[in-house]
Ligand binder design. Structure first.
Ligand SMILES: Nc1ncnc2c1ncn2[C@@H]1O[C@H](COP(=O)(O)OP(=O)(O)OP(=O)(O)O)[C@@H](O)[C@H]1O
Length: 311
């Protein structure tokens, strides 16, 4: 468990982070979202002591980070930033293995971990292990940056706009990869973004920052249906609200028996995908298939019922 306890950072006269408290459960993704200058990056950097707090403290599994030397702390906390921050003169393998090496892992153990991570990120180890960052696409560099943050199985992984520079298609894939890998490894991740869409898609919990203050800390569904302030409501957006809500519900939750024509969707697609398919094809239902076998359908009526309950 990570406990951020009334933490404040004042620069000159500016309160970059102002009395923020939040508790983060192990094995979850927490997304910190807010506009530019709201204090997101500063809050993240207070956690791994790249910045020192003016007051307050962070505890990881009960231990204050102030009781751990910063360089030791930072070996225990993964950090991935926009633009990946890879070492340009080191191979992919050496970049990913950097922290395990500092921790004194054996060569064999590091090699095995590098290959395991490359596999997880769908980058064939024999093709990528020995390349240099300049020999990778931007999306591949980003994945190596995230793999490096995960390499030593840290207690906690901090990510600052890790997908900010990626085009929308690669970005969606990178988000799906991160979710899958986080679930497989049980990692605890705190991720900063200015994109509410990303926050809702990735977060078990979403923390909304405004002017250095934490204005709401809740599940994505709560943020959408019960925004705590006008600012949060603005960030969610009136027009997008029903669609964002639909994107949180997997088709498996509303599947029913019956026939529907058209291209099937998988059960882990969401209601927004199904709505889009219905609108695009002019049909009132979409078939659902699991591993090639049709298992039911989702109707437009069922989708509408889910979006309307908050009127
Ligand atoms: N080293 C510093 N010295 C003085 N002021 C700073 C420093 N770092 C950040 N600030 C100020 O603190 C506030 C919060 O900055 P921070 O970078 O945490 O915001 P952010 O929400 O991450 O913004 P962005 O999305 O633009 O990166 C800003 O007003 C910024 O100008």
């Amino acid at each position: 468990m990570i406990e951020i306890d009334n933490i404040t950072k004042i620069y000159d006269s500016a309160r970059a982070v102002d009395g923020v408290s939040m508790t983060i459960d192990t094995g979850t993704i927490t997304v910190i979202v807010g506009t530019s200058g709201s204090g997101k990056t500063t809050l993240l950097r207070l956690i791994n002591r790249l910045e020192e707090p003016t007051s307050g403290e962070v505890r990881i599994n009960g231990q204050s980070t102030l009781d751990v030397k910063p360089h030791i702390l930072r070996r225990r906390i993964g950090y991935a930033i926009q633009g990946h921050g890879l070492f340009p003169h080191h191979t992919v393998a050496r970049n990913i293995g950097a922290v395990p090496q500092l921790l004194g892992w054996s060569r064999d153990k590091i090699d095995a971990r590098v290959d395991e991570l490359l596999d997880l990120f769908s980058m064939a180890p024999q093709d990528f292990r020995n390349r240099y960052p300049s020999e990778l696409s931007g999306g591949q560099q980003q994945r190596v940056g995230v793999a490096r943050a995960l390499a030593s199985r840290p207690d906690l992984i901090l990510m600052d706009e890790p997908f900010g520079a990626l085009d929308p298609i690669i970005r969606t894939r990178a988000q799906e990869d991160l979710r899958r890998i986080q679930q497989a490894l049980g990692s605890t991740i705190i991720l900063v973004t200015h994109d509410m869409e990303e926050a809702i898609r990735l977060g078990d919990r979403v923390a909304v920052m405004d002017g250095g203050k934490l204005v709401q800390y809740a599940t994505p569904a709560d943020i959408i249906t019960h925004p705590a302030t006008d600012f949060v409501a603005d960030m969610v957006g009136d027009v997008e609200r029903p669609l964002r809500l639909l994107s949180l519900t997997p088709l498996a939750d509303v599947i029913e028996d019956g026939h529907a024509s058209g291209t099937p969707l998988p059960p882990d697609a969401n209601l927004r995908d199904a709505l889009s398919a219905c609108l695009w094809t002019g049909r009132s239902a979409v078939p659902i298939s699991d591993h090639g076998k049709v298992i039911g359908r989702v109707t437009l009526d069922a989708i509408r019922a889910r979006a309307e309950v908050h009127a």
